[in-house]
Design a binder for this molecule. Structure first.
Ligand code: HEM
Length: 457
């Protein structure tokens, strides 16, 4: 699986238009390779990632325990439909398009494929930019926008979520689903320091595409948004990136620290069962699903960059270069919260990020973090901590995403205290986000969330 010699596994989206049968075989081979890698515990992150397909159908949705891809494109949608069956039918369309795109196919089938060009009308110059393909028929244009043609699958996953607004909005039960709202899908409380912007928060539906190619990720969400015409419209989006996901190193975030070291192992089925997947306590359509909390967290990089590394390390509770817990040598050395120095002071400060976040100080609470860095240019900003700088600053930070079995015993439990006490708060501001119930995965032919609609009145 490793090495760059996996050329035999290479398939292009354009290829699917011409040799579907042979490419289906290639796709099976790649699927097998990815599955084997997961079974080996090596994940499908090794080697030339862009060649691999992440399986779409299954007990769980992809993009949760999937080894983190290099890029993400997240979109939250407002529903504008008036009827429940319009929403169900959108989810059906979305599921089938997402499954196709994960296998490197166009969002919807093309009628005849793209044919070699035959320009019959000399005055028709509009479509002659790429002269190897004919002007697509209207139906072809509706099937896919085309920017991923020729690109490999890039381990694309698409993860769907339902926000509280699917169940009721402004006190109205728009789709007859209010009685089916899971108890765990709470309205997130307002946390100390929150500066959430409406235009970057909430949403009735969420779609997160993750892939090892940014164009594949964007393409996927773009197709789904297009197919949602008259049923749902984009409310806010967020892009994100991490360093090359094929590297075996823990990725560093924009603070320059390794991020993810003490994440629960996503390939440990027992831990995932206990902390990530909804069990018998949830409605049937959520069993095997998970709750996603997304937070757009701006980091005052200019401020952070003026701090001494020793202070940054006290803030995080880990060493910057090695990633080791303070006082330890290696990244994966155990975090010892009881350790004290010669003066009897805690080695890991009382308000260090990792102490406040650790399961040991949160009654055992654990979440699976899947964060991406974001970099959205510069903005005029007034910092909320000394030295209260004002001016053009980076609009960059962490698109924090985490999954849990129940947000009340996961993110909310951990973040409530952190929002008040974390030293890191001097440098970070939560400016957007949402909570979404991500249903279980779908078996081939069904659609994500189908059971919610089947059992609805
Ligand atoms: C910009 C915001 C944030 C940054 C830069 C950040 C960065 C980090 C870093 C560098 C670590 C240490 C390495 C590791 O174990 O992954 C860490 C750990 C952790 N963070 Fe954050 N984090 C942020 C926000 C949050 C938020 C909002 C939460 C939510 C509750 C959170 C939860 C955790 C947890 C649970 C750990 C592991 C603690 C442990 O058990 O050792 N982080 N974070």
């Amino acid at each position: 699986l490793s090495g760059r010699g996996a050329g035999a596994l290479r398939a292009s989206r354009r290829g699917f238009l011409t040799g579907a049968a042979s490419l289906a075989a290639v796709a099976d081979a790649r699927r097998g390779a990815a599955a084997q890698a997961l079974a080996d515990g090596t994940g499908s992150t090794r080697g030339p990632n862009t060649q691999f397909i992440e399986p779409f159908w299954g007990t769980h949705q992809g993009g949760i325990v999937t080894p983190v891809q290099t890029y993400t494109y997240f979109a939250a949608f407002d529903l504008v439909a008036t009827k429940q069956n319009q929403v169900a039918s959108l989810l059906q369309t979305w599921t089938s398009a997402a499954a196709r795109m994960a296998s490197s196919e166009t969002a919807q089938p093309l009628d005849d494929g793209l044919k070699p060009v035959v320009v019959t009308n000399a005055s028709d110059t509009q479509m002659q930019g790429d002269d190897s393909y004919a002007k697509p028929e209207p139906n072809d244009m509706a099937a896919d926008t085309g920017e991923a043609l020729g690109l490999p699958p890039a381990r694309l996953t698409v993860t769907f979520g339902f926000g509280p607004g699917l169940f009721s909005k402004d006190g109205k039960d728009r789709y007859g689903l209010a009685p089916r709202r899971p108890e765990a899908l709470v309205d997130l409380p307002k946390f100390v320091g929150d500066q959430l912007v409406g235009g970057n928060s909430g949403g009735d539906l969420s779609v997160q595409a993750c892939a090892d190619d940014p164009q594949v990720a964007f393409h996927a969400v773009r197709q789904l948004a297009r197919l949602a015409d008259n049923v749902a419209q984009i409310r806010w989006v967020q892009t994100g990136f991490i360093p090359d996901s094929s590297s075996s190193q823990t990725p560093r975030n924009l603070m320059g620290f390794k991020d993810g070291t003490n994440n629960p192992p996503a390939n440990d089925a027992n831990i995932m069962k206990n902390f990530v997947w909804v069990g018998e306590e949830g409605p049937d359509w959520m069993r095997g699903g998970s709750y996603m909390v997304a937070r757009r967290i701006r980091i005052a990089l200019e401020h952070w960059d003026r701090m001494k590394v020793a202070f940054q390390e006290q803030t995080v509770g880990r060493h910057k270069y090695s990633g080791a817990p303070l006082g330890k040598k290696e990244e994966f050395d155990t975090l010892d919260l009881d350790a004290t120095d010669a003066d009897g002071n805690p080695v890991v400060p009382e308000n260090a990020h990792v102490r406040l976040a650790a399961a040991a100080t949160n009654d055992g609470a654990q979440i699976l973090r899947r964060p991406y860095s974001y970099n959205d240019g510069v903005n005029f900003t007034a910092e909320r901590w000394p030295p209260w700088r004002q001016g053009l600053e980076y609009d960059a930070g962490l698109f924090f995403v985490c999954y849990q079995r129940d947000p009340r015993t996961g993110f909310i439990k951990i973040f409530e205290r952190m929002a008040k006490l974390d030293m890191m708060n001097q440098f970070v501001t939560h400016v957007g986000g949402g909570l979404f119930a991500c249903p279980s995965g779908a078996v081939e032919g069904a659609f994500v969330g189908q059971h919610l609609f089947e059992t609805a009145p």
